[in-house]
Structure formats: structure tokens, C-alpha cells
Design a protein around this ligand. Structure first.
Ligand SMILES: C[S@@+](CC[C@H](N)C(=O)[O-])C[C@H]1O[C@@H](n2cnc3c(N)ncnc32)[C@H](O)[C@@H]1O
Ligand SMILES: [Zn+2]
Length: 284
């Protein structure tokens, strides 16, 4: 028997987990049709690409994130720049043994890929609105279900997610609360003031604070743990070039004006939240 194609593998995985997905347009349940696409009772159809990813965005959207940015991000991940973060996330997953893990805003997918390699998650799902990121993720990994989708309209059922990762990406807490199981956790990673400070200093962007972001998270979820991940990372010149290409910090900057620094600071906060307990009012 020959090796299954990426698309066939994805179709098998989707068949097993189809109950978790829903149509992003009418929110009805979906079924897999002819191992080719996903369809809902109202005939909204979403294609399964030959690389095994699904396209479930209502309409494609262009973002600042393009192929070269995601390639730079991937090389930097491969070189271990974010390894201390992945180690911390891995520890968080260790005690949870989750079945469905959603990475909302997964980019080119390196973090979820690495976590899945270590933990063998039964149903890992990475979504991003940038098709280039998802295409690249699917090219390198066929064990995760990659989906082009909006994190403000997640194509998954209510309470279907055990762990929701949201790493250096925008959030939609109402939507995160909807898809999260009652005993699930949200793990949000936010930058601290020291994150990439060697770049921020050169760009005159040092007055960043994450207080508002943390406050908004706290309004939606009970914070059960807050961990700081801080490390001085050594960068080769090639890695430095990748770093300045891949970070939104340099979006409006003239990259030629930035000078190489050998050490760059990784300084992040990992917030672990649970759904807030709803006090049930007695009907009497
Ligand atoms: C700074 S990148 C972080 C990517 C990845 N989590 C990482 O740490 O490498 C932010 C990501 O959020 C994605 N994004 C922004 N808005 C989104 C939305 N509404 N739905 C899904 N993804 C979104 C972008 O396309 C981008 O890939
Ligand atoms: Zn539909």
C-alpha cells in the first residue's frame, strides 16, 4: 500500500474530528464530501487544498504578513530563537493532556508544530487569516490541521477546544470563550517592555507597556498563572536580518538604518486563563 498523500491524511483526520468544525457563514455543522471539501446544509463549500489545509475564511484578506516574512519567521524559529517560549508552553501542556488544541493566529505554525512533536496532541488545529502562513505551515507539517480562518469567527463548535493558544497575535475574547470547553484554558503570550529592546531602542519605540492587554485578558478570563520568559538570545548576522524582516515593529522603518546587534532580548509573559465562574442565579 502506498503512502497516503497529504490531502488523504488530512481527509482522514477531518473525518474523525468533523464534529468539532462548523460553517463560518451560517454556523451549521459541516460534513466532509468526497475527501475534497467541507460542506454545510446550506451549501457553503470550503476546499481542502492538496497540501492538506482548509480554506474557511469568508473572503481572503491581504495582510502585512507575506511569504518572505513567514519564511524569515520560520528560519528564526528553526534556529531556536523562541525555544525558551516553546519550553514554557510545553510545560503548560504537560499536565493538561488536551485533546483539541487550537492556535489562534498561528502564522507559519512553528510553535504548534514543535509542541505537537513533543506531545502528540490528538487534534491540533492552527488557524490564521494569512493564507501564506497557513500554506507554509502545511508545506512543512502534515500532523496539524491548518485552516485559513478568522480568529474573530472561528470555524469550530461551542466548547470544542481544550487549550487555546494565542501567541503574539490579536484576540477576540468573546469568540475564545465560545469555543473553549468549560474546563479548558486559554494561553496568551504577550510581549513585555524588554522584548526586542535592542531593536526598539534603534527605532525609538521604547515606551511600550502591556498593561492594557493584560487588563483586557483579565476582564474576560480568570488568570490562574502568569509566567515571565526572559532570555538573551545570540544572533548571527543572518538571524538578525530575519528578525528585522519578520517583526511588525519594523513595519514602517528603513531596514538599512538598523545596525546588527549580537544579542537580542526575548521577554514575554505567558498568561494562563480559565473561564470565569458564572454565578447561577436561583430561579425561585
Ligand atoms: C505577529 S504574528 C504571530 C504569529 C505566530 N503566533 C508566532 O508567534 O509566530 C500575528 C499573526 O496574527 C495573524 N492574524 C491577525 N489578525 C488575524 C485574524 N483576524 N484572524 C486570524 N489570524 C490573524 C496574522 O496573520 C499573523 O500571522
Ligand atoms: Zn453554511
Amino acid at each position: 500500500m502506498g503512502k497516503l498523500s497529504k490531502k488523504q491524511r488530512a481527509a482522514e483526520r477531518l473525518q474523525e474530528n468533523i464534529a468539532v468544525l462548523r460553517c463560518p457563514i451560517c454556523h451549521e455543522d459541516v460534513t466532509l464530501k468526497d475527501q475534497q471539501n467541507i460542506i454545510c446544509p446550506n451549501r457553503h463549500v470550503f476546499d481542502l487544498a492538496k497540501q492538506g489545509y482548509l480554506n474557511m475564511a469568508k473572503q481572503s484578506q491581504s495582510t502585512i504578513y507575506d511569504t518572505s516574512l513567514f519564511s524569515a519567521r520560520q528560519r528564526l524559529n528553526d534556529a531556536g530563537f523562541y525555544q525558551p517560549l516553546v519550553n514554557q508552553l510545553d510545560q503548560e501542556l504537560a499536565d493538561l493532556a488536551p485533546k483539541t488544541v487550537l492556535d489562534a493566529g498561528c502564522g507559519e505554525g512553528s510553535h504548534l508544530q514543535q509542541l505537537n512533536k513533543r506531545r502528540q496532541i490528538p487534534f491540533p488545529v492552527g488557524i490564521d487569516l494569512a493564507k501564506e502562513g497557513i500554506r507554509q505551515a502545511a508545506k512543512h507539517d502534515e500532523d496539524v490541521q491548518w485552516i485559513v480562518a478568522d480568529l474573530a469567527n472561528i470555524p469550530m463548535d461551542n466548547q470544542s477546544v481544550d487549550v487555546l493558544l494565542n501567541i503574539l497575535s490579536p484576540s477576540n475574547y468573546a469568540e475564545f470563550e465560545r469555543v473553549l470547553a468549560d474546563d479548558g484554558v486559554v494561553i496568551k503570550v504577550v510581549p513585555n517592555q524588554g522584548y526586542l529592546k535592542e531593536l526598539r531602542q534603534q527605532l525609538d519605540q521604547t515606551d511600550y507597556s502591556n498593561n492594557d492587554v493584560v487588563d483586557r485578558f483579565r476582564e474576560s478570563f480568570d488568570i490562574i498563572r502568569k509566567q515571565r520568559v526572559v532570555a538573551q538570545q545570540h544572533l548571527s548576522e543572518a538571524m538578525f536580518q530575519d528578525l528585522i524582516q519578520m517583526t511588525p515593529l519594523t513595519q514602517d522603518a528603513d531596514l538599512n538604518q538598523l545596525s546588527y546587534t549580537q544579542h537580542v532580548t526575548l521577554d514575554l509573559t505567558v498568561l494562563v486563563g480559565q473561564k470565569k465562574l458564572k454565578i447561577k442565579k436561583s430561579l425561585r
